[in-house]
Design a protein around this ligand. Structure first.
Ligand SMILES: Nc1ncnc2c1ncn2[C@@H]1O[C@H](COP(=O)(O)OP(=O)(O)OP(=O)(O)O)[C@@H](O)[C@H]1O
Ligand SMILES: [Mg+2]
Length: 395
């Protein structure tokens, strides 16, 4: 199929897409390379068609649901498809996180005709197929014309529409129930410390507690993850990567990048977030003029408070987080914060009790034990006290 890679209304390139191999077989014409995903524009200076085709195909495949999505096999059966890439053909590869889409060359359609920001989509069957234990097989083809075809990430999730707003629901991993609560805890902390963030709330869907957050992108913006920004740049596997990243953002006009990144690492320290990989932070770009607008609000904070290492017999207290290409202790990562005294940690007073109440409130649904709630509160309290100590000793 001859198609055009579109960026909202701009034609980026024309290529031949093979619906069977799911590979771009030929690059026919490059029209506006500056609008392409960064991983492709970075390759353009030393253009080699083979490499470019591979990068384009990888990038496009990467828009689909990843192979490591929790219970992907069950989801595919319920959707009656064999691979996540099949979904990319169903709704032009449109997303609610960026503005790329694939237009068949001869199709007479525009972004305004099809985008999911303006146009509602059927979400109920996909939501049940993704988040519920109930047996369900998708019956309506409309249920496959949704932005759910292009969600990234390990957790089961679904885009839904609530009061006209696009919201992302996410559940826990396998039988774990804590992730949605951690998302809400992160929002509570960010609210109190005035960190820009995506607010998460809880919803009960089919007797399961999931987190819900509104889409932080609109028709004029898009999210670019740090992985794209750093693509093609030498990995130092040291603090240099962090400083390089800040420099790139500043060179693009984002002046407060350092403070906002520091805020993210302070949050990660407080909740012991182990999952700050390069797709879990980034920037917001203006789609119409390509201006880099700001650091993206903090999102995806669920893999925290030792959620993976929980053991009912003992309190696991050590922890490591992600710092660019490295895995490091939280005690080490927090050292990158220059002026930690700017944080008024007293604003967190009472938050442990609030988290305790939140976990207790949903106990009937989650089945979480009092013992685990107690342990989680000890951990959170311990991190807050550690931060207080760090603030007290900094010159
Ligand atoms: N509120 C939002 N608005 C727009 N896009 C979002 C929003 N939340 C998440 N995304 C996009 O969806 C992707 C997956 O979401 P998220 O990172 O929360 O899922 P996850 O399953 O927890 O991921 P991981 O594999 O990192 O654990 C994000 O990387 C981002 O591109
Ligand atoms: Mg994520």
């Amino acid at each position: 199929m001859k198609c055009i890679l579109m960026h909202k209304n701009t034609e980026v390139l024309v290529a031949e897409y093979n619906n069977v191999s799911k590979f771009f077989d030929e690059i026919i014409e490059i029209k506006n390379i500056e609008y392409s995903p960064l991983s492709l524009s970075n390759l353009y200076n030393n253009y080699d068609e083979t490499q470019f085709k591979i990068a384009l195909s990888d990038w496009f495949k990467g828009r689909g649901i990843p192979s490591w999505r929790d219970k992907l096999d069950i989801l595919l059966v319920r959707l009656n498809i064999k691979t996540p890439e099949e979904l990319l053909d169903k709704a032009f590869g449109l997303s609610l996180s960026d503005q790329y889409w694939i237009k068949p060359l001869d199709a007479n359609i525009t972004y305004d005709d099809i985008n999911f920001f303006d146009h509602d989509f059927e979400y109920s069957e996909f939501m049940t197929a993704s988040l519920s234990n109930n047996e369900i097989n998708i019956t309506s083809t409309n249920s496959l014309k949704t932005p759910n075809n292009t969600t990234d990430g390990m957790l089961k999730k679904a885009w839904i529409i609530k009061d006209s707003k696009r919201c992302l629901l996410k559940s826990g991993y396998k039988n774990e129930i804590l992730q949605p609560f951690n998302e809400v805890l992160a929002s509570m902390i960010c609210n109190r410390l005035n960190f820009e963030h995506v607010p998460y709330t809880l919803e009960v869907i089919n007797n399961k507690v999931v987190s819900s957050c509104e889409c932080f992108i609109n028709k004029d913006t898009e999210f670019i993850p740090a992985s794209q920004i750093l693509n093609g740049i030498t990995k130092n596997k040291s603090k240099k990567d962090y400083f390089n990243y800040i420099k790139i953002l500043e060179d693009h006009g984002i002046t407060n990048a350092k403070e906002k990144l520091e805020n993210m690492y302070i949050l990660d320290f407080l909740i012991m977030n182990e999952d700050r990989h390069l797709n879990n932070f980034g920037i917001i770009r203006d789609v119409n003029n390509l201006k880099w607008l700001d650091v993206a609000p903090i999102f995806d904070n669920g893999q925290s408070l030792n959620v993976i290492a929980y053991d009912s017999d003992e309190l696991a207290i050590s922890g490591e987080g992600r710092f660019f290409y490295n895995i490091e202790t939280f005690d080490n990562i927090i050292k990158i914060v220059d002026n930690i005294k700017r944080i008024d940690v007293n604003k967190l007073d009472g938050i442990v009790e609030e988290f305790d109440e939140l976990l207790t409130k949903y106990k009937n649904i989650t089945g979480i034990s009092d013992d685990r709630i107690h342990k989680l509160c000890i951990l959170l309290n311990r991190q807050i006290n550690k931060l207080k100590n760090i603030i007290n000793v900094q010159d």
